[in-house]
Ligand binder design. Structure first.
Ligand SMILES: *Cc1c(COP(=O)(O)O)cnc(C)c1O
Length: 524
């Protein structure tokens, strides 16, 4: 049955084109689901039956099989290690995924985060027992405010998108306090914005309107001004934007929105390009999330973990969510509820609670370790090197590939698919061929403002040697595409554990649950 299961999977996924008996390709082991090879009657632990049969479960005993595959410890270890080896990781090679800032995660951060005093904390421990942890949150908050030039920060949001939710809820609360939440219903967002921006605005009950980009890939200021009015709650603008460009008119944008009575939400996911160089507070920002997992280097990918502290202007600070850390006479405590906040005459307009506890403590530790080990000059240099690396990639690739816009970029280089015109090769084929070359593909088809987008963000972590090899590989692929070798691109990847998957079906009809085979079939 096990082998049958494998064969079926191999056929449907074209998984195993390896000419080996096992289906393995050298050290790439074909791995079935634990449900497919586990023994449902077995268990990995061997314990004597309990003595006596006192039933303390009040009749709630399980009356069916638990339905989990029984694996021994070595089987379990191997299963998960093999699965982990199918994963590409920043610890294996460059991860040029634009907009994601996949930089190296210094081991020092990991070491500090694993100190038992941080790692073993319980979120319900009494304040007196966790003074150090509260001080750490407070210190990190201090540096985030310092770096952004903003007066307040909400630490609890657990991702960039969650920080957007926090910021937009603060805007909503501020409008409510002004009695304008029913009339200011529109939020403006540029065409190039990250999908989370309009999604957040809609989640908060706003109507989203798109601002077109101008010919240089930036917000069209005139078009923006035309859309402003007494029904606008605010704008959501990413800076540097998702084309990898600094919004030169950012001050004019902020002023125009403020004049119209709206708020300026800045998506700060790309803060890595400007940290230590530009303070968003000086640009007129009212709220901005910072992706600690991007800019301040904590491991992320595949959807988590994340941490999205959100800085707030004076106008929005009163609406910050609880809990937050306060310090009095060297003693730290948490304001946990709106009522408690009201009693102290502070934060009574808080929008409430966004998460069960205080935020992502492990990521706070890593982010502060990163900041303190880099120092002021180091954070600034990281931003400068990130921009330098992206411009190096842009300069090296532009002989064969087509940059989407003229001029220098910030931390990421955006190409469109004009260089593939009439080759039969599309952006997706190009990306798949990169997998065979041992690279994680760049971000594809985003932002939407250019055709067949390829967004490359090398980050400051890559050495010149690494960048050169990456650029050489891409240049050779571009030349190969232009030479008429469509077939090899359409077949790629040929060396990966899985070839082309039906990505539409995977998105539209994901199979997220293993279901047992029919008993009759299983018994055969
Ligand atoms: C990553 C990113 C986000 C979302 O952040 P998450 O932590 O993934 O929720 C939002 N906007 C931009 C521009 C991003 O790059």
């Amino acid at each position: 049955m096990n082998n049958q299961g494998r064969a079926t999977r191999a056929e449907t996924n074209s998984a195993s084109d390896a000419p080996t008996f096992t289906g393995n390709k050298a050290l790439q082991i074909e791995e079935a689901l634990s449900f497919e090879f586990g023994d449902f009657a077995g268990t990995g632990v061997d314990m004597p039956a309990p003595i006596g049969d006192v039933d303390r479960l009040g009749g709630l005993n399980r009356n069916s099989d638990i339905g989990l595959p029984g694996l021994s410890e070595p089987e379990t270890m191997r299963h998960f290690v093999r699965l982990s080896q199918k994963n590409y990781a920043i610890d294996m090679g460059p991860f040029p995924l634009g907009s994601c800032t996949m930089k190296h995660n210094p081991r020092l951060n990991e070491k500090v985060a694993r100190l038992p005093g941080f790692a073993d904390l319980h979120p319900l421990a009494p304040e007196s027992a966790v003074q150090g942890a509260l001080e750490l949150i407070d210190q990190l908050a201090f540096w985030l405010k310092e770096l952004t030039g903003m007066p307040a920060v909400a630490m609890s949001p657990k991702a960039g998108a969650h920080g957007e939710l926090c910021g937009m809820m603060a805007i909503k609360a501020a409008l409510e306090a002004r009695g304008e939440d029913k009339t200011r219903v529109r939020v403006l967002a540029p065409e190039s914005s990250h999908g989370t921006n309009p999604a957040t605005a809609v989640q908060c009950g706003f109507k989203v309107e798109t601002i077109p980009a101008d010919a240089t890939g930036r917000v069209d200021l005139a078009a923006l001004k035309e859309k402003l009015g007494p029904d606008v709650a605010g704008i959501m603008v990413t800076n540097p934007n998702t084309c990898g460009l600094f919004e030169r008119d950012i001050r004019a944008i902020a002023d125009a929105v403020h004049e119209a009575g709206g708020y300026f939400y800045c998506d700060g996911a790309n803060f890595n390009a400007i940290a230590g160089k530009v303070r968003p507070g000086d640009l007129g920002v009212d709220a901005m999330h910072i992706n600690l997992h991007k800019t301040f280097s904590t491991p992320h990918g595949g959807g988590g973990p994340g941490s999205g502290p959100t800085v707030l202007s004076d106008a929005l600070a009163p609406f910050a969510p609880v809990p937050y850390v306060v310090q009095e006479d060297g003693k730290y405590s948490l304001v946990e509820s709106r009522r408690a906040a009201k009693d102290e005459g502070d934060g009574h307009e808080s929008l409430g609670r966004l998460t069960a506890f205080h935020g992502q403590m492990g990521m706070f530790v890593r982010a502060l370790a990163y900041m303190l080990s880099h120092g002021k000059d180091g954070v600034r240099q990281a931003a400068e090197d990130a921009v330098l690396n992206a411009n190096y990639v842009l300069a090296r690739l532009k002989s064969e590939m087509t940059p989407a816009f003229e001029g220098y970029c910030m931390h990421e280089a955006l190409f469109d698919d004009r260089f593939l015109k009439d080759t039969g090769v599309e952006t997706i084929d190009f990306a798949k061929a990169m997998i065979d070359e041992g690279y994680h593909p760049m971000t594809m088809y985003f932002p939407l403002v250019v055709h067949g987008a390829m967004l490359i963000e090398p980050t400051e972590s890559e050495s010149k040697r690494e960048l050169d090899q990456f650029c050489d590989a891409l240049l050779s692929l571009a030349k190969r595409a232009k030479s008429g070798d469509v077939a090899s691109f359409k077949a790629a990847p040929v060396y990966a554990p899985r070839r082309r998957l039906d990505e539409t079906a995977a998105a539209r009809k994901p199979v997220l649950r293993w279901t047992p085979e029919e008993p009759a079939k299983a018994a055969e």
